[in-house]
Design a protein around this ligand. Structure first.
Ligand SMILES: Cc1cc2nc3c(=O)[nH]c(=O)nc-3n(C[C@H](O)[C@H](O)[C@H](O)COP(=O)(O)O)c2cc1C
Length: 223
C-alpha cells in the first residue's frame, strides 16, 4: 500500500513562493510512490489555535485534539499520514498565524506533562518544514532550530528548508510609493530569476525527507 504524505500550505497566496515549494515537495513524494493530499490553511472553514480546553489531556483522548473546527480534518489527516510537508512564509519574524494555529494544536495534543514520557505520539512521521522570507536564508536560524526541535520531538524527525530573498510582488515598479528597501534586488530582468532563487537547493532536503520516509519505523524519539 502506498504511503500517504500530507502537505500544508500556510500562506494565503496560492501559487506563490511557499505554495510553489510545497507543491514541488509533493511532487518529490509522489515520484517516490507516495499519495499526497494538500490543505491550504487559508481556504479552510473557521478555526482557532489551541483553546486550552485540556480535552487532549484526558486518558480517553490522549494525543487527540478534541476541538472540532476547520483544522480538525487537517489534524485527522496528519494523524493517519506517513509524512508531513508544511510550508509557511515568515510574517514579522514568525510563521503565519494560521501555521501557529495548526502548530499549537498539533504539538500540544501530544504533550503529556508527564516527566517520564513527555510525548504520547507513538507513531512519529518525518516532517519537512519549509519557510520563505524576504530576508536572507540565514536570518531566522534560531527560530527554525526551535521549530525543528519541537516538531522532531512531538511529530517526527524534521528537516528544514528555507528560501530567503523571495519576491513579494511580481513588479515592484507598480507600487504606489517607492519600496526602496527592495531596490538592491530589483534590477530589470532579475525579478523573475529572483522569484524562486533557491529552487535547486531544496532537493537535498527533500531527498533526506524521503530517506527518512522509508526508514521511519527505525526512528527512535528523543528522550
Ligand atoms: C504580513 C507580512 C509580514 C512579513 N514579515 C516578514 C518578516 O518579518 N521577515 C521577512 O523576511 N519577510 C517578511 N515578509 C515577507 C514574506 O515572508 C515573503 O515575501 C514570503 O516569501 C511570502 O510568501 P508567499 O509568496 O508564499 O506569500 C512578510 C510578508 C507579509 C505579508
Amino acid at each position: 500500500m502506498s504511503k500517504k504524505v500530507i502537505a500544508v500550505n500556510a500562506s494565503p497566496r496560492i501559487g506563490w513562493n511557499t505554495d510553489t515549494l510545497v507543491a514541488e515537495a509533493m511532487k518529490g513524494a509522489e515520484s517516490a510512490g507516495a499519495e499526497t493530499e494538500k490543505f491550504d490553511l487559508f481556504r479552510l472553514e473557521k478555526y482557532t489555535g489551541c483553546i486550552s480546553c485540556f480535552g487532549c489531556k484526558k486518558e480517553k483522548n490522549r494525543g487527540r485534539c478534541v476541538c472540532r473546527d476547520g483544522l480538525s480534518p487537517v489534524l485527522d489527516a496528519i494523524r493517519e499520514a506517513d509524512g508531513l510537508i508544511i510550508g509557511s512564509p515568515n510574517y514579522l519574524s514568525e510563521m503565519t498565524a494560521s501555521f501557529r494555529a495548526l502548530y499549537e494544536r498539533l504539538i500540544f495534543q501530544n504533550l503529556t506533562y508527564n516527566a517520564e514520557v513527555p510525548c504520547c505520539n507513538e507513531r512519529p512521521i518525518p516532517v519537512l518544514l519549509i519557510m520563505t522570507s524576504n530576508a536572507p536564508d540565514s536570518m531566522y536560524q534560531g527560530l527554525l532550530r526551535d521549530y525543528q526541535q519541537t516538531l522532531s520531538r512531538f511529530v517526527g524527525p524534521t528537516e528544514v528548508f528555507v528560501s530567503g530573498d523571495t519576491l513579494q510582488l511580481k513588479d515592484y515598479s507598480k507600487t504606489d510609493w517607492k519600496w526602496t528597501m527592495f531596490d538592491r534586488r530589483n534590477p530589470e530582468g532579475l525579478q523573475e530569476a529572483n522569484k524562486y532563487p533557491n529552487l535547486f537547493l531544496y532537493i537535498p532536503a527533500l531527498f533526506h525527507m524521503l530517506q527518512q520516509y522509508h526508514l521511519y519505523t527505525l526512528y527512535i524519539p528523543p528522550v
